[in-house]
Design a binder for this molecule. Structure first.
Ligand code: DAT
Ligand code: MG
Length: 149
């Protein structure tokens, strides 16, 4: 089964939509296999956003992601990486489709509430960066036969 890394950014925690976001992933039929709330260090933030280090918004992004608690999660399911990106919506919440998390709850790119891995390689890298193996639980929901044929 595929896994992806999802993080609710400090604005999502402050806006009190942690439960709403988890509900959307649960309702869709994905399985939560890792979950923690943490204060992100500068080192972790810089490693996580390493691909953007030359971009003009990099310093602000690191500042923002370290500004308050973040909820880090790993979700599992067939096609979860691409599907989570659809649930999340476009990078800029102002143009993200209604019905998506960013489209429903945000208005600016610097406060877009949530991160989701964009490909299998980045998902593997981010899960390893944020979680120790023993922090992840492999389990199969009893409703699995009603989600997959
Ligand atoms: P995404 O989070 O949709 O994968 P990304 O990987 O291109 O988007 O960028 C990472 C984060 O950086 C994004 O969630 C918000 C911030 N960001 C991206 N482009 C930006 C811009 N033009 N101005 C300010 N912040 C930006
Ligand atoms: Mg990205």
């Amino acid at each position: 089964m595929e896994r992806t890394f999802i993080a609710i950014k400090p604005d999502g925690v402050q806006r009190a939509i942690v439960g709403e976001i988890i509900r959307r992933f649960e309702s869709k039929g994905f399985t939560l296999v890792g979950l923690k709330l943490l204060q992100v260090s500068r080192d972790l933030a810089e490693q996580h956003y390493d691909v953007h280090k030359e971009r003009p918004f990099f310093a602000g992004l690191v500042e923002f992601i370290t500004s308050g608690p973040v909820v880090a999660m790993v979700w599992e399911g067939d096609g979860v990486i691409a599907s989570a990106r659809k649930l999340i919506g476009a990078t800029n919440p102002l143009t993200a489709e209604p019905g998506t998390i960013r489209g429903d709850f945000g208005v600016s790119i610097g406060r877009n509430l949530i991160h989701g891995s964009d490909a299998p390689e980045t998902a593997a890298r981010e899960i390893e960066l944020w979680f120790k193996p023993e922090e992840l639980a492999a389990w199969q929901p009893t409703i699995t036969p009603w989600l997959y044929e």
